[in-house]
Design a protein around this ligand. Structure first.
Ligand code: C2E
Ligand code: MG
Ligand code: MG
Ligand code: MG
Length: 287
């Protein structure tokens, strides 16, 4: 639209475009400048969202999701800043920060004598540029005495279509396993998903994107979900349904035998303490 208005030579549109553009640039610059101090200040916060095991109703894991308690703007969502930070190495620093927070949380759970659940951390594709990036993650997990298997990485499906050679991604996933990390394919179905991915790469879990569940009353949608769950089972992958909001969606996932469900129907992502309260309450309810 902006491009069009420039062609039209409409000065007002053009001015509007420039103003909006300048505004956005300014905003991005401010967010970038606030990054460093915010990291030092612990203004980035670990939120956890439960993954509920359908077989027994227990909490089978949690996903780590970042929230930014911005000094001027208050709590802001990842959609506002992740794409920006992904344009530079800031995203790698943020992912490492989140991973360490997840380790701190797990360490506390272990020390308290509770049976810990695995935490999954989102990993930007940018890490893959560095062949040794896993060393830091492994050392950090060890420093916090986290037993292997309690930490997972979520890799968004787009990573598999990036500039990386297939063999590099395969190698990194192998390294993750050697170091004791699990690996899940995030947002499956949100873009150019290919069934080839799930057989080509040695992943442990597949997270079905929430768009699969939008039209759950539609038979075609149901058939697609059914097939994907069957496929996951055949390949020995853990299936996770993302963004489940309604009883209807939940009951269908139960019918097809999906392993884990994550979504507002159970809980929104919560600050760690609130998550623990929610978890305890749930445990009391089901046991
Ligand atoms: P994601 O990894 O696919 O995370 C799931 C997103 O779906 C989260 O959004 C979560 O709040 C949202 N969600 C969960 N259940 C429901 C539901 O029932 N309905 C709806 N409508 N949404 C639901 P969030 O927290 O805003 O994060 C957005 C994305 O930002 C994440 O998508 C992930 O790709 C990225 N992200 C978040 N934290 C990090 C991080 O620490 N590092 C990196 N690299 N990316 C992150
Ligand atoms: Mg994720
Ligand atoms: Mg996802
Ligand atoms: Mg995503």
């Amino acid at each position: 639209i902006a491009y069009q208005s420039r062609l039209d030579g409409e000065n007002t549109d053009c001015a509007f475009y420039d103003a909006a553009y300048t505004e956005r640039m300014k905003e991005e610059q401010e967010l970038e400048q606030a990054f460093e101090p915010s990291l030092e200040n612990h203004d980035f916060t670990l939120y956890l969202q439960p993954k509920v095991r359908l077989k027994d109703g227990q909490v089978g894991g949690a996903e780590a999701l970042v929230r930014w308690n911005h000094p001027e703007r208050g709590m802001i969502s990842p959609g506002m800043f992740i794409p920006l930070f992904e344009q530079s190495d800031k995203i790698c620093r943020l992912d490492r920060y989140m991973f360490e927070q997840a380790c701190v949380c797990l360490e506390r759970w272990i020390k308290s004598g509770n049976k810990p659940i695995p935490i999954s951390v989102n990993l930007s594709r940018r890490h893959f540029d560095d062949p040794n990036f896993l060393t830091w993650f492994s050392e950090t997990a060890q420093r916090h005495n986290i037993p292997s298997g309690l930490l997972e990485f979520e890799l968004t499906e787009s990573i598999f279509f990036d500039n990386f050679k297939i063999n590099i991604v395969k190698q990194r996933i192998r390294q993750m396993h050697e170091l004791g990390f699990q690996c899940s394919l995030d947002d499956f179905g949100s873009g150019y998903s290919s069934l080839g991915l799930v057989k080509e790469f040695d992943i442990d879990a597949i997270k079905l994107d929430r768009r699969f569940f939008k039209d759950i009353e539609d038979q075609k949608s149901r058939d697609v979900i059914d097939c994907l769950i069957t496929l996951s089972k055949k390949l020995g992958l853990t299936s996770v349904a993302e963004g489940i909001e309604t009883e209807e969606q939940l009951s269908y996932m139960q019918t097809v035998g999906c392993d884990l469900v994550q979504g507002f129907i159970f809980s929104r992502p919560l600050p760690v303490e609130e998550f623990e309260t929610w978890w305890e309450k749930k445990n009391r309810g089901t046991s």
